[in-house]
Structure formats: structure tokens, C-alpha cells
Design a protein around this ligand. Structure first.
Ligand SMILES: O=C(O)CCC(=O)C(=O)O
Ligand SMILES: [Fe+2]
Length: 264
């Protein structure tokens, strides 16, 4: 089984050409992140320095003219089937897709794949940048695809069903207030947690992750039998001031393969 390296994102073509904005030949994909465990069950980790300054600057430069209203998979009132589109009631941010041929995108896909190690990781979606300004937010949702509604989600979905195993949300800037990533069903952090990364909900319910440039929160969306682990429901709380930019990386678990180890 050869790892397919193509990142076939979801009907949406990237709107920017691959070009090297700030990254030069001197660029190396070397990573030097550190990991903190957030939760054993469900599996959630926090990564310090997942992405380097030069990579962030490159991605922001590369996508500067590529922002559009974020889309979600949703069911419009007058539709029978779920579809992709803008649903501001759910998500009113902007999104930009990084072309998967881009040097930094390729590095990030590889870094994500390496993070998964021996767990199933045939495909990583094209990195998606998301930007929020005043009042914008993303209501509670799962990053997984609902198989029964997803026949038009991706051309090969029914041919070879998959779902998003791992979600990595990477913070590309942090000059904002508000905009925490909120996991209402996870255990929150302790009183001694680093306040630049986490905050505690007033009712002590749920995990609140603050935007911190370069760092990432990573979680596993599926149980080992492939069903969706709804404990990973999450939201982006509204931005109160400033701007938040983040990036989604999703890896795919194909149901015809084991979640860990080789099929052969
Ligand atoms: O903006 C965030 O903190 C989370 C974004 C998110 O959940 C998503 O884009 O799927
Ligand atoms: Fe999400």
C-alpha cells in the first residue's frame, strides 16, 4: 500500500497558484515542536511550535488575495439534501485554500502524516486557512462527514468511504481577544494551566484553547471502529476584537483499511 500523497480536497479548487512568496531554497521542512497531552480519552494533544514563523508568513502572503466566505456542509431549508455552501448562521468567517503543491503545504502535510506515525494516514486534505474578525464565529460542529448525507461531498466518497480521523487546528496569529476554540464536552484545564494557551470557562465546563501563533490543538474524531466520537464537538467563539487566522489540517481514514498498521 503506497501512501497516496495527493491531497484531494473536497470539490473546492484552490484559488491561488503555487508560488514561493517568502520561502526560498534555504527553506527546510524540519520540525521542532513539543507535545502536551490534553486528554487520553478522547485523544487530544496540544502542540507547541507546530508551524514556524517563516511558514506562517509564507502562508499568509500566499493566500492574501484568496479569501472567500467560509462554506459548510449543511442542509438549506428548501433543499432535501445537504450541500456545500455559505451558511452564515453556522459559520461566518472567511476561508482560503493553500494549493497542495506549495512547498510549505507539502511540508505541513508530511508533518501531519509523520505525527500520525503508524496510524492510518493515506491522505491529508489540502490545508484550509480560516480568518475571523469582529463578532465572527463557528457554531458547535463536528469536523467529520455524515456518510448518509455525503454522497455529493467528494467524487470518490462512496467508491471508497472515508472520514476525517484527525483534525489539527493551527493558530497562525493571535492578535485578537475572544476567538477561543471551545470543546464543551472535554474536561477543562486545571487552575495552573498556561493562561497564554488555555482559559477556564466560568462554569468550569469544557476546554477553551486560546489562539496562540504557531501552536496547534489536535484531536481524533473517530472511535477505533470508525464511528464518530461526538465528544469532539467544538466551536470557535466569537472574536471580540482584532483578527484570528487559523488553519485546518484533516487526515483521512479509509474504512477499508485498518486504523493502525498496514493492511497487507
Ligand atoms: O476557529 C477555530 O478555533 C476552530 C475552527 C474549526 O473548528 C473549523 O474550521 O472546523
Ligand atoms: Fe472544526
Amino acid at each position: 500500500r503506497v501512501g497516496r500523497w495527493i491531497s484531494s480536497h473536497i470539490s473546492l479548487q484552490s484559488s491561488v497558484e503555487a508560488k514561493s512568496a517568502l520561502i526560498t531554497e534555504r527553506y527546510s521542512c524540519r520540525q521542532d515542536y513539543t507535545v502536551e497531552i490534553i486528554s487520553f480519552d478522547p485523544w487530544v494533544i496540544y502542540i507547541n511550535n507546530f508551524i514556524k514563523e517563516e511558514e506562517i508568513n509564507h502562508l499568509l502572503e500566499l493566500t492574501k488575495d484568496a479569501w472567500n466566505s467560509s462554506e459548510v456542509f449543511y442542509k438549506p431549508q428548501d433543499h432535501e439534501d445537504a450541500t456545500f455552501g455559505v451558511d452564515k448562521n453556522t459559520r461566518n468567517s472567511s476561508s482560503a485554500f493553500v494549493p497542495h503543491e506549495d512547498l510549505v503545504a507539502r511540508c505541513l502535510l508530511k508533518r501531519t502524516k509523520q505525527l500520525l506515525g503508524n496510524a492510518q494516514h493515506e491522505n491529508v486534505e489540502t490545508p484550509q486557512l480560516v480568518r475571523y474578525t469582529g463578532g465572527e464565529r463557528f457554531r458547535p460542529h463536528m469536523d467529520t462527514i455524515e456518510p448518509t448525507k455525503a454522497t455529493n461531498f467528494h467524487p470518490d466518497y462512496t467508491e471508497r468511504p472515508w472520514n476525517r480521523l484527525l483534525s489539527a487546528f493551527v493558530y497562525l496569529n493571535d492578535n485578537c481577544t475572544g476567538g477561543e476554540t471551545y470543546f464543551p464536552r472535554l474536561t477543562g484545564v486545571g487552575a495552573d494551566a498556561d493562561g497564554s494557551k488555555f482559559s477556564r470557562a466560568a462554569n468550569r465546563q469544557g476546554l477553551l484553547v486560546k489562539p496562540k501563533r504557531g501552536n496547534a490543538i489536535v484531536w481524533k474524531n473517530l472511535f477505533n471502529n470508525g464511528s464518530v466520537d461526538e465528544r469532539l464537538v467544538h466551536a470557535s467563539l466569537a472574536i471580540r476584537s482584532g483578527e484570528k487566522v487559523g488553519m485546518n489540517l484533516f487526515t483521512w481514514h479509509y474504512f477499508d483499511s485498518p486504523m493502525v498498521g498496514d493492511a497487507s
